[in-house]
Design a protein around this ligand. Structure first.
Ligand code: AHR
Length: 346
């Protein structure tokens, strides 16, 4: 029996390691045994997709810091971009009977069965940053209690509008948009099938369709990482069409930053020969804008932790929550980047 009690915690710890879960302290020493706004200390299982970008790191830090602040015990799992790791982590949260689950789905589809399992276990779910798409006839609102994140379509619409306006008023070293000359665009997309890639592609396609002289000459995934953004851009810069690229749209800042290195290495001037716009507004993008290598970035707010914890407490107190409160976001370019830089938090 004694052996059983020695082995059991070790086994639980081993299972946590296997499923990539990590128990965060959640500030118990400071906050005692009660979570903020609750009459007891609550446990949240949180499945993050990985650490692919500066944005993602800021998001993870925000969630962990907010859990500390709310004195919520956080069981955090890093899925390393794999949906099966997220499933494993979520199943371990169900087994551990957590009070609430937070998760960012790496891709939109494939969640029907596990969401049903969570529902059957009576555990509320908060979806963070990216949404899911369920089988026809099913609504995510029936399985997910709240969504906290950005409007991905709107971000790409803003990017398209910024580009069209800039190409009309300023242009690159080769041309200005007179409404009939072809403007050739290269697009670095995020992780294929992710809410961010799907939404941003839809938003871009819908807006740019209004301008038939905009032609997409390259489109490939860079998986939201700096390294892949650089690799893909390197290949494009070696292709016979390299000189035709007027504009680069990167679906996140990290890929744009990688691409900037590739453009410089190819002897072209990023920001002047090729106009570059991306999404996120992380510090690295501000550095690139101050060097005049990135033209603009559209903000996607990763500081979602406080909203996640606040919503969790409301849900567990049976208070009404709005299913989706869209993040308020801004956009930055060479006209306002320098002034905004000192107050940026990520
Ligand atoms: O889902 C949000 C996107 O994912 C961010 O734009 C990107 O940087 C991240 O990796």
């Amino acid at each position: 029996m004694k052996k059983f009690f020695v082995v059991l915690p070790a086994l639980a710890a081993a299972l946590m390691v296997i499923s990539g879960c990590q128990r965060e302290s959640g500030g118990a020493s400071a906050g005692g045994d009660v979570s903020r706004g609750m009459d007891r200390r609550i446990v949240m299982g949180y499945s993050q997709i990985g650490a692919e970008s500066e944005w993602r790191t800021a998001c993870t830090n925000s969630v962990k810091a907010a859990a500390e602040e709310w004195n919520i015990e956080l069981i955090f799992s890093d899925a390393q971009q794999k949906q099966e790791n997220q499933m494993q982590a979520i199943r371990s949260f169900i087994r551990q009977k957590v009070d609430i689950i937070g998760f960012t789905p790496v891709v939109e589809t494939g969640w029907d069965a596990i969401l049903q399992e969570i529902k059957d276990a009576g555990i509320p779910v908060i979806c963070v940053d990216r949404q899911v798409t369920l089988a026809a006839g099913k609504n995510q609102e029936d399985y997910i209690t709240a969504f906290i994140g950005s409007n991905m379509q709107a971000e790409a619409t803003k990017a398209a509008q910024w580009i069209v306006n800039y190409m009309k008023t300023t242009g690159n070293t080769k041309k200005k948009d007179d409404g009939s000359t072809d403007i050739n665009v290269a697009i670095l997309e995020g992780t294929t099938g992710s809410g961010a890639q799907v939404g941003r592609t839809e938003g871009w396609n819908a807006e740019i369709a209004k301008y038939p002289n905009y032609k997409t000459i390259f489109r490939q995934t860079g998986n939201f990482t700096r390294a892949e953004g650089q690799q893909v851009m390197e290949a494009w810069m070696k292709s016979p069409q390299a000189n035709d690229i007027d504009v680069l749209l990167a679906q996140n800042d990290d890929m744009a930053i990688g691409a900037i290195d590739a453009i410089n290495a190819a002897g072209k001037k990023p920001g002047t020969d090729i106009i570059i716009v991306s999404i996120d507004a992380v510090k690295g993008a501000f550095d690139a804008m101050l060097r005049k290598e990135l033209n603009a970035t559209i903000e996607c707010n990763p500081l979602l932790g406080p909203q996640v914890m606040d919503t969790a407490v409301k849900i567990l107190n049976n208070q009404p929550v709005t299913w989706w409160v869209e993040s308020e976001e801004s956009q930055f370019d060479w006209t306002n980047a320098e002034a905004a830089y000192p107050s940026r938090q990520y």
